[in-house]
Design a protein around this ligand. Sequence first.
Ligand SMILES: CC(C)(COP(=O)(O)OP(=O)(O)OC[C@H]1O[C@@H](n2cnc3c(N)ncnc32)[C@H](O)[C@@H]1OP(=O)(O)O)[C@@H](O)C(=O)NCCC(=O)NCCS
Length: 302
Amino acid sequence: MTLLSTLSASPTPLPLTIEVREATPADAEAAGRVMYAAFRRFHESRGFPLDFPNVEVATGLAASYIADPLVYGVVAVSGDRIVGSNFLTEGDQIRGVGPISVDPDIQDAGVGRLLMQAVVRRGASALGVRLLQDAFNTKSLALYASLGFRVREPVAVMSGRPRARLAAGAEVRRMTPADLSAADALARRVHGVARGAELRSALGRGTPVVLERGGRLLAYMTMPELWLLNHAVAETEADLMDLIVGAAAACEEPIGFLLPVRHAALFHWCLGQGFAVVKPMTLMTRGEYREPQGAWLPSVMY
Ligand SMILES: CC(C)(COP(=O)(O)OP(=O)(O)OC[C@H]1O[C@@H](n2cnc3c(N)ncnc32)[C@H](O)[C@@H]1OP(=O)(O)O)[C@@H](O)C(=O)NCCC(=O)NCCS
């Protein structure tokens, strides 16, 4: 898909000709550099910690998304320069947008809108499209809402290690392929849809953990040490608390996750356990959305 448009806007002094096209492996490094610079500039300007600690993490993410057949990636190109990118995960019925970024030197000139329009068009026939938005980013909030995304949940990125010990009778262990059908069934009970592709991709990295009691799978979490890609579902909030405790015990580093803060008992419990609030985010959706039943933590996709 190629989309050509001529934009003239400040602060860029000259009119820009922007092409938005599907990303190729050769774009990964330049797209990752722009991603790192854009997120860094914005987060530093607002006094928040960086999502990507260094440029290698951003280029690695861009490369793995571009190489993944279940992710649709687009880049914005001006002349021979990559000036932005955006991604849509497509493995499951619900598509997930992001990360989107535009070169800080040419922001506010319409490039972000073109990149969002490309993934919205691509996801138009899906059951739904979702994203997590930095709640302190007035621009992206307005941009996404103007494209039909609705605010659903206030969310906080949490980081830390809980003080509690795992309750008697509960076991938290690494997920195996044999757990997948029970995990899919649990996600379907909570969200109304399974998110097997996201789960299987985490399983390929060997990171998911499950909570069991009496041999029954009651909760799972995909990537405790990387909040961006960490989603969880559980039958109850108590199960999710046990899962968090057990997952942290299995990890050397502090764990991180996105917590829907309207779940007040869970939020208050996390604070009491010593977790820190890193930053606020907002879950936004387009298309079908069913209020989750049970306990859940979204990834940065949904
Ligand atoms: C967010 C980002 C991708 C947007 O790209 P951009 O090229 O700067 O944005 P655009 O110029 O295409 O669009 C911005 C739109 O928001 C509007 N807007 C900006 N601030 C606004 C505000 N406070 N209130 C209402 N509308 C606002 C603009 O008027 C414009 O709308 P228009 O297309 O109708 O004119 C870019 O700023 C970026 O890379 N930021 C750093 C990374 C990041 O934060 N990513 C998103 C995480 S949620």
